[in-house]
Design a protein around this ligand. Structure first.
Ligand code: HEC
Length: 694
C-alpha cells in the first residue's frame, strides 16, 4: 500500500474546476502528458497582455477549455485555453460602487468559483456575483459585508452542493469575521457562521458563540475581534463538511483587544462546519491569544494518508506560524505538528493537548519588545501549497524572516502599527530568502528543498507527470522533478510571479498556465520583497505546451532603481516631514510601499511622481479621486495642512534618494541632464537579462 492516496473524485484532470484544482484543494492534477521525458521541450504556446493590471494572485479555473480568472480589483476574464483569445471580461467597478473600501487593501484577488454554467466572483467591496459562464451576463449579486465595516474581499469563493460560500478580510482592523453560504441559483442566504463572538445579545442562543465568548475579556466587541476567513475554505465531499482557515485576532496587541487574557476563539483556527447547516462540528486552534499576526488562513489540503499502518482521513496545513499540522478531519484531533523552518514563538506542539508550548519571552505582552520568527509575513502565506499522492509529499512556498514587535513607538520610520509597532529582522542565516520545500507529512521531515534567492514567490502546482511547477520573485517559472527537486526546465517571464500555476487539457493537449503579476504583500515589506520590479511593467497570462514556440516581447529589466525627477532642495526632517511620514505610513504605504519605496506591487513609486510638485494637482488627486478607476482611493477628509505635510515628506524622500544615488554612482553620472537614477532599498538585484525562449 502506498503511503498516501488522493481522493479521486476531488482531483483536477481535464478541467481545473476549483481554486485548488479539485475540491480537495491539493493543487494536484492527474494529467501526465507533460512529464519528465518531455518537459524540456515545454515552450510558450501563447500569452495575453493584461493592461491596467498590477497584483495578480489568482489561480485560473479551466472549464471545458475555457480559462476563468480574476485580475486586479476582481475584474474577471474568460479566455480560450488553446488560443488565448479573450471571450469576455467583467469589471465589478468597485471604484464607482464603494470607493471607500479601497482604503483598506490593494486590489489583490485570488480567483473565481464555478458550478453548473455559473461563475462566482467576489469584489473587494464585498459583493458576490453570479455570472453566466458563456456570456458574462449578471445572474444575481448580493452584498456580503456592511458598507461601513472595514471588511473587504480578496479570496476566491468556493462552490459546493448547490451553494457558494465566501469570507472576507479585515482582521488587522479588528473587524468581526464570518463566512456566508448562498444559494447558487438565487443568491439567497442559506447560512452564516461567525468565527468570533459579538455582543452578549448577539451570542445568546448560539452555543458556538457563547463558547467562544468565554475566551475573550473586556469589551472585545468594541476593541476588536478578527478571525476573518480571507483565503482558504475547503469542501469535504466525503464527510459533507466545510473547513475554514480563520485569520489572526485584531488589533494585534492582545492587551488592547482582550485585556487580561483569553485564547480568543475562533481566531487562528481550523474550523469544521456541517456543509448543510453551517453548524460548528469541531475546531483546532493553532495560536491561542495570538499577538504576531499568525493567520491560519493558508491552503488546507484534504487527503488520505497511511500513518503508523493505519489509513487516516486528514487535513494538512502549513500556516504562517511555521508549523506543519496534520489533523484527523473526522474529529479535528491533532496527529502531528512540527516546525518546517526557523520558528521561535513556540518550542513545540504538545500532542496530548494540541497546544503550542509558547515561549513566554516571545510575548510582547510580557516584555515591551520581542523579536520572533517567523515574521508577520509568515513561513508560508496565501500562495497555494500542493500535495502529490504519487510522491506523498506536500510542496510549500517557504519563507524565512524575523519580526521585531515593540509596544513603544520605535525610531524606525514607517513601521506598521496594529496596536504594536513592527519591523522586519534579518539576522540569522537564510533570513530574507525563500525556498521550494518538499515536506513529507507522514514522516514529518523535509524530503528536499530548493533555496530561492527571493523570499516572496509563487504558489505551487503538482502533477501526475511527477512534476512540480513554481514561479519565483525573480521572474523565472520553473519545473522540478517532484521526487528529487532537480530543476528540469525554466522560463524567464520578465516579471516576478506570486500566483500559483495550474494545468488543463484542451483538444487533447495538456497546457500549463500562470499569471505573472508581482505585488501583493510586497508593498508592506520594508525591503525583503523588493526585487526591483516596478509598477506598470506588463502583467500577463502565460500558457505553455510541449513544442510551444511563442516568444515574449522584450520588457524593461528589473534593476531596483527608480527614475526620479529633479526637485527643489528641502530642509530634511522638518516637523512637516515628520507629520507627513506618519500620514503616509497610515494611509499610503499599504499600496505605495513602506518608506516610499514601491516594491513592484500595487501602486507607483511616489518619489518618481511629478504630481506632488504641484499642490493644486496633488490636492485634486487626493480630494477629487481623479485616479479612482486605476485603484487610487479618494482621500477627501484630508486637510490642506495634511496634504502639504504629505507632499513635504514625499519630496524629502525623493531628495534623499537622489542624494544617495549621486553618492553611489561614479563621478556623479546619476544626476545627468536634470534627472537621476536613485538606488532603492532593495536588497536583491533580480535578473537583468531580458526574457528569452528556453
Ligand atoms: C489602495 C491602494 C492605494 C493607496 C492606499 C494609495 N494609493 Fe496612490 N495610487 C494607487 C494606484 C493604483 C495608483 C495608480 C493609478 C493610475 O495610474 O491609474 C496611484 C497613484 C497615485 C499618484 C499618482 C502617481 C503618478 O505620478 O502617476 C499619487 C500622487 C498618489 N497615488 C498618492 C497617494 C497618496 C499621497 C496616498 C496616501 C494618502 C495614496 N496615494 C494612497 C493606489 C493607492
Amino acid at each position: 500500500m502506498s503511503a498516501a492516496a488522493s481522493l479521486p473524485m476531488m482531483n483536477a484532470g481535464e478541467n481545473w474546476s476549483s481554486h485548488g484544482g479539485g475540491s480537495d484543494e491539493s493543487g494536484y492534477s492527474t494529467l501526465a502528458q507533460i512529464n519528465g521525458s518531455n518537459v524540456g521541450a515545454l515552450g510558450l504556446a501563447w500569452y495575453v497582455d493584461l493592461p491596467g493590471q498590477s497584483t495578480l494572485e489568482a489561480t485560473p479555473l479551466a472549464i471545458n477549455g475555457v480559462l476563468y480568472f480574476t485580475g486586479t480589483n476582481a475584474s474577471v476574464y474568460a479566455i480560450d485555453g488553446s488560443s488565448g483569445r479573450q471571450i469576455w471580461r467583467f469589471d465589478p467597478e468597485t471604484w464607482k460602487y464603494d470607493p471607500a473600501k479601497m482604503h483598506y487593501i490593494f486590489g489583490a484577488n485570488r480567483g473565481v468559483a464555478y458550478a453548473h454554467g455559473r461563475i462566482f466572483t467576489a469584489a473587494l467591496d464585498g459583493r458576490l456575483f453570479a455570472l453566466d459562464a458563456k456570456t458574462s451576463n449578471l445572474l444575481w449579486s448580493v452584498r456580503t459585508v456592511d458598507r461601513t465595516s472595514f471588511q473587504t474581499i480578496t479570496g476566491a469563493p468556493r462552490a459546493f452542493d448547490g451553494m457558494v460560500i465566501v469570507g472576507n478580510g479585515g482582521a488587522d482592523y479588528g473587524s468581526r469575521g464570518y463566512v456566508t453560504a448562498y444559494d447558487q441559483k438565487t443568491g439567497r442566504e442559506r447560512w452564516r457562521f461567525y468565527t468570533v463572538p459579538g455582543t452578549e445579545a448577539q451570542n445568546r442562543g448560539h452555543p458556538s458563540l457563547e463558547q467562544a465568548a468565554a475566551t475573550w475579556r473586556g469589551e472585545y466587541w468594541k476593541t476588536g475581534t478578527g478571525g476573518d476567513v480571507w483565503d482558504s475554505i475547503a469542501f469535504d465531499q466525503i464527510l459533507n463538511r466545510i473547513y475554514l482557515g480563520t485569520g489572526n485576532p485584531g488589533p494585534w496587541n492582545p492587551k488592547v483587544r482582550s485585556p487580561g487574557g483569553g485564547a480568543n476563539l475562533y481566531t487562528d483556527c481550523i474550523v469544521a462546519l456541517d456543509a448543510g447547516t453551517g453548524k460548528l462540528l469541531w475546531y483546532y486552534q493553532q495560536v491561542p491569544r495570538d499577538e504576531w499576526d499568525y493567520d491560519a488562513t493558508q491552503t488546507m489540503i484534504l487527503a488520505d494518508l497511511v500513518i503508523g499502518g493505519e489509513k487516516r482521513q486528514v487535513l494538512m496545513q502549513a500556516p504562517k506560524d511555521g508549523f506543519f499540522y496534520v489533523l484527523d478531519r473526522r474529529d479535528g484531533r491533532l496527529i502531528s505538528g512540527v516546525k518546517i523552518g526557523r520558528v521561535t514563538w513556540a518550542k513545540r506542539i504538545d500532542l496530548a493537548t494540541g497546544l503550542p508550548m509558547v515561549n513566554p519571552d516571545d510575548r510582547y505582552e510580557n516584555r515591551s519588545a520581542v523579536t520572533v520568527w517567523p515574521s508577520m509575513v509568515g513561513a508560508h502565506s496565501w500562495q497555494p501549497m500542493s500535495f502529490s499522492p504519487k510522491t506523498g509529499l506536500t510542496y510549500i512556498p517557504y519563507m524565512q524572516l524575523g519580526e521585531r514587535f515593540s509596544v513603544a513607538k520605535p525610531t524606525i520610520p514607517g513601521a506598521v502599527n496594529y496596536g504594536v509597532w513592527v519591523s522586519e529582522v534579518a539576522e540569522s542565516k537564510g533570513d530574507g530568502h525563500g525556498a521550494l520545500l518538499a515536506w513529507d507529512p507522514v514522516h514529518q521531515r523535509a524530503a528536499w528543498k530548493v533555496p530561492l534567492k527571493t523570499m516572496w514567490n509563487g504558489g505551487i502546482l503538482a502533477t501526475a507527470g511527477n512534476l512540480v511547477f513554481q514561479g519565483a520573485g525573480d521572474g523565472y517559472f520553473s519545473a522540478y522533478d517532484a521526487s528529487t527537486g532537480r530543476r528540469l526546465w525554466r522560463f524567464n517571464a520578465g516579471l516576478g510571479i506570486i500566483a500559483a500555476p495550474m494545468t488543463f487539457r484542451a483538444g487533447g493537449k495538456q497546457y500549463v498556465s500562470v499569471l505573472v503579476g508581482y505585488g501583493g504583500g510586497a508593498a508592506s515589506s520594508s525591503g525583503f520583497m523588493n526585487v526591483g520590479w516596478t509598477y506598470g511593467q506588463p502583467r500577463r497570462l502565460l500558457t505553455f505546451a510541449v513544442g510551444g514556440e511563442a516568444a515574449l516581447p522584450r520588457t524593461v529589466a528589473s534593476d531596483s532603481t527608480a527614475t526620479l525627477p529633479p526637485i527643489p532642495v528641502l530642509d530634511g526632517e522638518t516637523p512637516e516631514v515628520a507629520s507627513g511620514r506618519a500620514i503616509y505610513s497610515a494611509s499610503c504605504g499599504l499600496c505605495h510601499g513602506l518608506n516610499l519605496v514601491s516594491t513592484g506591487g500595487p501602486a507607483p513609486d511616489l518619489r518618481a511622481s511629478r504630481i506632488p510638485d504641484s499642490p493644486h494637482a496633488f490636492w485634486q488627486l487626493l480630494h477629487g479621486g481623479a485616479l479612482l478607476p486605476g485603484g487610487m482611493p479618494r482621500f477627501d477628509s484630508f486637510t490642506r495642512k495634511q496634504m502639504m505635510d504629505l507632499r513635504a515628506y514625499i519630496r524629502a524622500g525623493a531628495q534623499a534618494a537622489l542624494e544617495r544615488g549621486r553618492s553611489q554612482s561614479p563621478a556623479g553620472s546619476a544626476a545627468r541632464a536634470g534627472s537621476a537614477r536613485a538606488i532603492g532599498t532593495g536588497l536583491i538585484r533580480a535578473n537583468s537579462e531580458t526574457p528569452h525562449r528556453p
